[in-house]
Design a binder for this molecule. Sequence first.
Ligand code: COA
Length: 159
Amino acid sequence: MAVRALYTGSFDPITNGHLDIITRASRMYDELVVGVIVNPAKNPMFTKEERVEMITEVTSFLPNVKVDCFQGLLADYVNRNHFQAVVRGLRSAGDFDYEIQMAHMNARLFDPGIESVFLMADPAYTFLSSSMVKEVVSLHGNAEGLVPESVLERMKERV
Ligand code: COA
């Protein structure tokens, strides 16, 4: 049976840190779905369609990666789609504190056998977040190497 995993987040926009986790996770599973979450509380720079489009574009070299988007409870989406694992990246001890709480809560909500799996972020990207890149680009700073080239172009157009 094919082992399928989900890597989820807002991806507003996808960064090279996310892409590193996606690339590594794609080698661990038969299929990796990148799930763009629609959080009504956030005011994103890109629509969910634009975020899906950008991720599809920059992961096109990974044949077992698919992109989807969803709203609502993560565990509902995971159970409904029969994923065996949910991958998360850890950049720092701060991420760990947040993730451990979320993993324990999700463990109660996931169907039996579904695991949260953590990959350490590449040290080159441990300082990175989508918001920080948005701030740098909006203030006309140099964000080269932090997001894929095509994403950077779209960000510059947007600001
Ligand atoms: N490289 C670069 N940046 C990274 C990164 C990496 N490897 N890993 C995380 N980040 C950044 C993201 O860009 C994001 O930056 P931003 O806050 O500036 O946008 C930040 O770290 C947080 O990312 P993430 O942890 O993915 O948060 P999120 O808000 O994008 O998504 C969910 C969090 C989707 C997992 C969580 O909110 C969720 O499950 N929501 C659904 C509702 C639910 O089920 N709630 C109950 C949970 S128990």
